[in-house]
Design a protein around this ligand. Structure first.
Ligand code: HEM
Length: 110
């Protein structure tokens, strides 16, 4: 009996740890009206391909290679400029896509 309880406890712990480390993409829905409220350097959200990103911290970090160009996307659906940058360099790289995952906060409400 005791052995079973220890087993159950271990399985529960393992499931808990797995849930903690396997981060799922956020699914909170945000309307374009809500996104539009976050349109400044100090508070910048944008939609790209149906997902919503809060890139305020990324802008503040100064890590964006395209510098202030990113501000063009604040408060908007930035899919078009993200995939067709205004400086003529085309779409963002795979690396950029990996970076942005960290800033995802939800999905665009349909
Ligand atoms: C989630 C938001 C964004 C992330 C994570 C991001 C990330 C990056 C990264 C990593 C680069 C380096 C080149 C590359 O890997 O493609 C880059 C370059 C660039 N980004 Fe963004 N970006 C974002 C949004 C935007 C937006 C909305 C614009 C608006 C036009 C923009 C404009 C540019 C430009 C023009 C460059 C080229 C810089 C150069 O090489 O001269 N980015 N971005």
């Amino acid at each position: 009996m005791k052995k079973i309880s220890v087993g159950v406890l271990l399985v529960t712990l393992a499931v808990g740890v797995y849930m903690l480390i396997s981060k799922k993409a956020p699914t909170t829905p945000y309307s374009m009206d809500e996104i539009a409220k976050h349109s400044s350097r100090e508070d910048c959200w944008m939609a790209v391909e149906g997902k919503v990103y809060d890139v305020t911290g990324y802008i503040a970090s100064g890590m964006h290679k395209g510098k202030d160009a990113i501000l063009m996307g604040c408060g908007k659906d930035a899919t078009e400029i993200y995939n067709n940058r205004p400086n003529g360099s085309g779409a963002h790289s795979k690396l950029a896509r990996e970076v942005m995952v960290k800033f995802a906060i939800g999905v665009v409400k349909q």
